[in-house]
Ligand binder design. Sequence first.
Ligand code: NAD
Length: 367
Amino acid sequence: MSNPSILILPGDGIGPEVMAEVRKIIGWFGDKRDIQFDVSEDLVGGSAYDAHGTPLHDDTMAKAQEVDAVLLGAVGGPKYDDLDFSVKPERGLLRLRKEMDLYSNLRPAQCFDALADFSSLKTDVVAGLDIMIVRELTSGVYFGEPRGIFEEGNERVGINTQRYTESEIERAARSAFELAMRRNKKLCSMEKANVMESGILWREVVTRVGAEYPEVELSHMYADNGAMQLVRWPKQFDVILTDNLFGDLLSDCAAMLTGSLGMLPSASLGAPMANGRPKALYEPVHGSAPDIAGQGKANPIACILSFAMALRYSFDQGAEADRLEKAVEKVLADGVRTADLLGEEGVTPVSTSEMGDAVIGALDASL
Ligand code: NAD
């Protein structure tokens, strides 16, 4: 049987720098754990525009559709700010998400004990936090029709439409329940069924899908209360399922409970392929960080943890994903810090590649 395949798209700015560290980790799993991948690499974003005049070449799109997982660094940068909207670097990423039909966006909010002081909330509120937000990504108010700015009488009106079909809700819900089954079997669905018909349908469909997962404890919460509860006592949650708009807000809110942008991974999953694996794109939440690009200062942990998610959700290597996450935890507990994580006085920051090496060292120590 052939090895599982990964397409690496480093992108722009710090993307190639953090991805180089993921490459080292992939190499480590091949050498030390005999877990081999067929890895190919291509361009996306500004780098693709420089080479091909488009932020995503059709050949790259075709490759992305074929592989078992795509790992993406980041796209964008000031050099491309004045480009026409249709060829901006971000369009490459949006095309990938749209054409791969990645409807389920997983954003973990995990607080490593060593960084609990970094949060804007009290340490005991966030220490040990480990929750997962599942955001529906391809429908809802960002896509619903009609939309636009129209003339109405003697003024203009801006319109966006919140629209969800039952099947769109159902597939997002199913992906969240499957996730809950792999975690602590607890799922909270958030909408505004008190004031929105789409919320009423959302609650009904999620409840119906939930009946197929009797082991999962399902609860429902209005999304505004959910936002409040997330900052009051986030540890009450495990998996949170929500729509595109509320998920946009709630996942940013939850993510920031945990400290630096340089720490946050994400996964976007679509329908299962013929081999049973979901279509999948893994990427750090952060952007291309032009202010620090090329200086060896970027924190590679978000990208490394995105690969850990790939091990877990695309390659059925949950134990190895745990190993990698524990290695990151150990490195942080040992006080190794990139510049974005500096809080304590007297700590000298390590470079991007030194952080990658420290994670490799912790992986070695785990054997
Ligand atoms: P950004 O995430 O690139 O940077 C915000 C701040 O966080 C910067 O100060 C940066 O130095 C810091 N930062 C980000 N990642 C870091 C890391 N790994 N280690 C250390 N520090 C880190 O957001 P921005 O400045 O708003 O956007 C810069 C460019 O990135 C823009 O062109 C934007 O469109 C693009 N962008 C791309 C993505 C993506 O590719 N998914 C996401 C967001 C922004």
